[in-house]
Design a binder for this molecule. Structure first.
Ligand SMILES: Cc1ncc(C[n+]2csc(CCOP(=O)(O)OP(=O)(O)O)c2C)c(N)n1
Ligand SMILES: CC(=O)[C@@H](O)[C@H](O)COP(=O)(O)O
Ligand SMILES: [Mg+2]
Length: 578
């Protein structure tokens, strides 16, 4: 059946038994591919029938369909002309892991960050009305994503219009981790109580239907067609549907990596110790010592390695749901009463809470500690998930300390130091193996703003921060360049160590390295500081270019932007004799 399907027009004549056969084949195809080309599995298995039914019933792409987050859009991509390219998913030059407008006309809106679909489809519906175009507007959003602030803002607006928008609530009762909150409880009884939350907001409620039954799905769509104005269809689905292992352990099988499809054995365990491992271990140690310390995550408990921490301190670890803005101001409130909150938040998702960092934390000089995970290139999640901007957008905020460890010792010491600093403190760290320290660790207070000179050469100066400092140190040692290179590691991006910069005035060239966008980044801060010292030489900055970086492995992307070992060595040699 799947062989004969390239586009939705090929499946619109199928009978329900034929669609059931197609669903079976589509599941097998996704399992087969993802067992060797890692991606998001559970959510995709959960929307196989829904996706077939949507493209069967609605006249896509004329009818507009938006997926929320879009991690569950693999069946959608396969059925809209990209089946033959599906095995390139999330790889360099291949299909993106999320819907992308430039990839297909069926991808009506680029997604990756959750809870944007209702705003986007509402915009499209309003445009259709303004242009007197007659088309349908459908958004598919999960039970965790719809609880996020932005989705609530959009529902509040939508309920106050007469626009023909259909929201499909794909309710599988879980996010990545078990979802939380009062709305989750409300959703569990949606089919019993009237009027429910959505009806109070002015949406017509259609539900509850089995999201794996074609009969029920088509009935729900037909009901929706009979109703004018905004409506919401409530579907119950199972995350990981059709693959027992994924149904039984929905957290692990959200994005399992490579696996053996027959046995269900997971194949790609990262053997090297990562920053995330050290973070989880350190938080347990620190929270043991400091009873005022708490940890907060906006719906990334497993990804941030806080599961064990919560097991140990169930009253002091808070998963606030997909609510980055709330997580920051919740932390600020805690500080006013003497608590020491560590907010663990991915760099890319911290972008959601920029105003809260400025207005609720820094302006009031409240000592929230931001543990910014996935800072820098993250790899196959691509442009929506790289932690590009945090150095730039944090560097401009008064009162905030911005730090970036180069190895395990510094990371642990930054986490240790932050609790005593009584000012807002950000620690950014990558999705990477960590440079382990060779000696036993014992906590040491770091001096805020102090840099560390790692080699005392005389010909070329290099200022770097984070994981790149360790990498550059390795390169100059391996190539016997230590006597030529003056390498300084800035564990503190802000405040900068201005004293040490004074010593660089004798160098003709200063190279700077950061794993972040150069616009307003670390390198530009060095350049500005050197200019203030009346430096007459040249500061050359190396980092991400002024563009968006797509999906590939971390190594491939670093090569692409010139932050791989070979490119760094090339730069060094080029300016060594300049
Ligand atoms: C703003 C933002 N925060 C966090 C995430 C990480 N994330 C991706 S999927 C997901 C859970 C989504 O759960 P749900 O909406 O129920 O969809 P399901 O996976 O169950 O289909 C989360 C938290 C994100 N993509 N965007
Ligand atoms: C879809 C989404 O936003 C998350 O699943 C994200 O891909 C998690 O990233 P990590 O795999 O780095 O935790
Ligand atoms: Mg869900």
């Amino acid at each position: 059946m799947l062989e004969n399907i390239q586009y939705p027009k090929d499946l619109r004549q199928l009978s329900i038994p034929e669609m059931e056969l197609l669903a079976h084949e589509l599941r097998e195809f996704i399992l087969e591919t993802l067992s060797i080309k890692p991606g998001h599995l559970g959510a995709n298995l959960g929307v196989v029938e829904l996706t077939i039914a949507l493209h069967h019933y609605y006249q896509t792409p004329a009818d507009l369909l938006v997926w929320d987050v879009g991690h569950q859009a693999y069946p959608h991509k396969i059925l809209t002309g990209r089946k033959d390219a599906f095995d390139t998913i999330r790889q360099q030059g291949g299909l993106a892991g999320f819907p992308e407008r430039k990839e297909s006309e069926y991808d009506t809106f680029g997604v990756g960050h959750s809870s944007t679909s209702i705003s986007a489809i509402l915009g499209m519906a309003r445009a259709s009305k303004l242009k007197n175009e007659n088309r349908k507007h459908i958004a598919v959003i999960g039970d965790a994503s719809i609880t996020s602030g932005m989705a609530m803002e959009a529902l509040n607006h939508l309920g106050d219009t007469d626009l023909d928008v259909t929201i499909i609530l794909n309710d599988n009762s879980i996010g990545i981790d078990p979802s939380m909150g009062a709305l989750k409880t409300h959703f569990a009884h949606l089919d019993q109580q009237r009027p429910n939350f959505f009806e109070h907001l002015g949406l017509h409620f259609i539900g509850t239907f089995d999201g794996h039954s074609f009969t029920e799905l088509l009935k729900a769509f037909e009901l929706a067609d009979k109703i004018n104005g905004p409506k919401i269809i409530h579907l119950k689905t199972i995350k990981g549907k059709g693959y027992e292992k994924a149904e039984l352990d929905q957290v692990k099988w959200h994005a399992p990596g490579k696996f053996d499809k027959l046995t269900g054995e997971l194949l790609s365990g990262n053997k090297q110790k990562t920053y995330q491992d050290v973070f989880g271990e350190s938080m347990i140690e620190l929270m043991q010592e400091n009873r005022a310390m708490v940890a907060i995550t906006p719906a990334m408990l497993t990804g941030s390695n806080l599961v064990q921490v919560r097991e140990k301190f169930p009253d002091r670890v808070f998963d606030v749901g997909i609510a980055e803005q709330h997580s920051v101001t919740f932390a600020a409130g805690l500080v006013t009463q003497g608590i020491v909150p560590y907010v663990s938040i991915y760099s890319t998702f911290l972008q959601r809470a920029y105003d809260q960092v400025i207005h609720d934390v820094a302006l009031q000089n409240l000592a929230v500690v931001f543990c910014i995970d996935r800072a820098g290139i993250v790899g196959s999640d691509g442009a929506t998930h790289h932690g590009y901007f945090d150095i730039s957008f944090l560097n401009s905020i008064p009162n905030l300390v911005v730090s970036s460890p180069r190895n395990e010792t510094d990371f642990r010491n930054l986490l240790y130091t932050a609790q005593f600093t009584s000012r807002p403190f950000a620690i950014r760290y990558p999705k990477n193996a960590i440079d382990l320290s060779d000696k036993a660790y014992s906590p040491a207070l770091m001096t805020i703003g102090k840099s560390e000179t790692l080699s005392f050469g005389t010909q070329l100066a290099i200022c770097s921060t984070g994981k790149l400092s360790s990498r550059i140190l390795e390169i100059i040692r391996k190539n016997q360049l230590s006597e030529h290179i003056h390498l300084i590691d800035f564990a503190f991006i802000k405040p900068l160590d201005l004293d040490v910069l004074e010593q660089l005035k004798s160098f003709g060239y200063i190279l700077t390295y950061e794993d972040g966008i150069m616009n307003g980044g670390f390198g530009e801060a060095i350049r500005k500081a050197m200019a203030a010292l009346n430096y007459q030489g040249n500061v050359l900055t190396f980092g991400y270019p002024d563009s968006f970086i797509l999906h590939a492995t971390i190594e491939e992307l670093e090569q692409q932007i010139g932050l791989d070992d070979e490119s760094i060595l090339l730069n060094i040699r080029q300016f060594l004799n300049a």
